[in-house]
Design a protein around this ligand. Structure first.
Ligand SMILES: *Cc1c(COP(=O)(O)O)cnc(C)c1O
Length: 377
């Protein structure tokens, strides 16, 4: 072995944390108030700061991204069929099931790996009410083209932007596209509250509906006006979110240098495809660093690279393998037929998310890249 294995495991990401003293100082007013949840002070401040950061007109924060996305679908009253991507984290498809909606899988674009807008039209039926697309790895969907299809057929558009916190197109926040956008604040996401999430939306009149839905539908002491759920973010986690926001730019800058290291190492290497450059993207989310390995050109399969990296204690991830359309709960759907999703099937056999977080800049990212390069045949 040319390289020594890493003493401590290197995972795909590492949550950033404020120092404990600043977090406990920030918690003091929460302790003193004894107000721990239900739209408290930290919740309100966090919601305002997220709104500014994301450059969006309306935000509702939630206890996690999945509940937020379930609520988004409820708030738009979607039903019947919704067209979506199979190449995503399981939550995207599951939120449709939790709303008694049939997911209709649509193939993805070979370059951006997001929904192939040119294939949406042929999947629309009288039962179709919406499109649920994902800015996978923080790469923006074809938002303009998707909106055109939606407008032609009177469909609603929901975006899963769990990976796209901070992404901007022409300096516009990614949360300004479509009807509703969900961001996740799970611990593995760049901005996190350990568990949490939010919805952003253009239509200010949705705010009251979304906020009722996330609080049991309670309007006041005597009126419950819709079948809501408990989607509230508590004060402790909202306070953590505020502290994480304070250190976010520092981490973004570090991740930018890790990204540069990987780009320099892999640029021009046959058999390795890097994140595509999407025109118009003026700010990146720095959420993931996926590469695609073409077995015939690289001489090794993605699975071989993945398992050899493990022997060095490097735990890269095959996000998002397997495709949602291949889960036992969805694979009987007509749209899940692998022959209908040739690009997604190909991409999912090639992708590997490399460890990607600020601390890797001190020689670690270089070594991971060198290990991978040494495997090339
Ligand atoms: C993380 C993630 C979610 C789920 O968010 P939670 O906050 O963990 O519920 C949904 N979709 C995608 C694409 C994700 O990566």
């Amino acid at each position: 072995m040319k390289f020594s294995e890493f003493k401590d495991p290197i995972y795909v990401t590492k949550p950033i944390l404020p120092n404990l003293k600043s977090f406990s100082d920030a918690l003091r007013p929460v302790w003193e108030s004894h107000s721990l949840t239900n739209n408290g002070k930290s919740h309100q401040t966090f919601e305002r700061e997220i709104k500014d950061y994301l450059k969006v007109p309306n935000v509702s924060v939630f206890n996690n991204g999945t509940i937020a996305l379930i609520t988004a679908i409820q708030s738009l009253r979607l039903s019947g069929d919704v067209i979506t991507t199979p190449f995503t984290f399981p939550a995207t498809t599951h939120v449709l099931s939790w709303n008694n909606i049939n997911p209709i899988f649509c193939d993805i674009d070979p370059v951006t790996m997001t929904l192939d807008y040119s294939k949406i039209e042929s999947l629309i039926t009288p039962k179709t009410t919406g499109i649920l697309a994902v800015h996978v790895y923080g790469i923006p969907c074809y938002v303009k083209e998707i909106q055109e299809v939606a407008d032609t057929y009177g469909l609603r558009v929901v975006y899963d932007a769990a990976h796209a916190f901070g992404t901007e197109i022409d300096e516009q926040g990614i949360g300004n596209f479509g009807d509703v956008t969900m961001f996740s604040f799970h611990a593995t996401k760049l901005l996190h509250t350990a568990e949490g999430g939010c919805l952003t939306y253009k239509d200010a009149s949705l705010k009251s509906r979304v906020d009722y839905l996330k609080n049991f539908g309670i309007k006041n002491e005597e009126e419950v006006i819709m079948p809501g759920i408990n989607g509230k973010l508590n004060e402790i986690q909202a306070t953590l979110g505020l502290c994480v926001l304070d250190i976010l730019e520092e981490e973004r800058n570090l991740r930018a240098s890790v990204r540069d290291i990987y780009f320099d190492k892999f640029r021009g290497i046959e058999g390795v495809t890097l994140m595509p450059h999407v025109p118009g993207v003026t700010k990146h989310s720095y959420q993931y660093f996926p590469i695609r390995i073409d077995e015939t050109q690289f001489g090794r399969s993605r699975d071989e690279v993945h398992s050899i990296l493990k022997s060095y204690n490097v735990h890269a991830r095959k996000y998002f393998y397997p495709l949602c359309s291949d889960f036992p709960c969805y694979k009987q759907l007509a749209s899940a037929e692998p022959g209908n999703l040739p690009v997604a099937q190909q991409v999912v056999s090639e992708v590997l998310c490399l460890p990607f977080y600020g601390e890797l800049k001190d020689g670690i990212a270089e070594k991971i890249a060198d290990i991978i390069l040494s495997l090339r045949k």
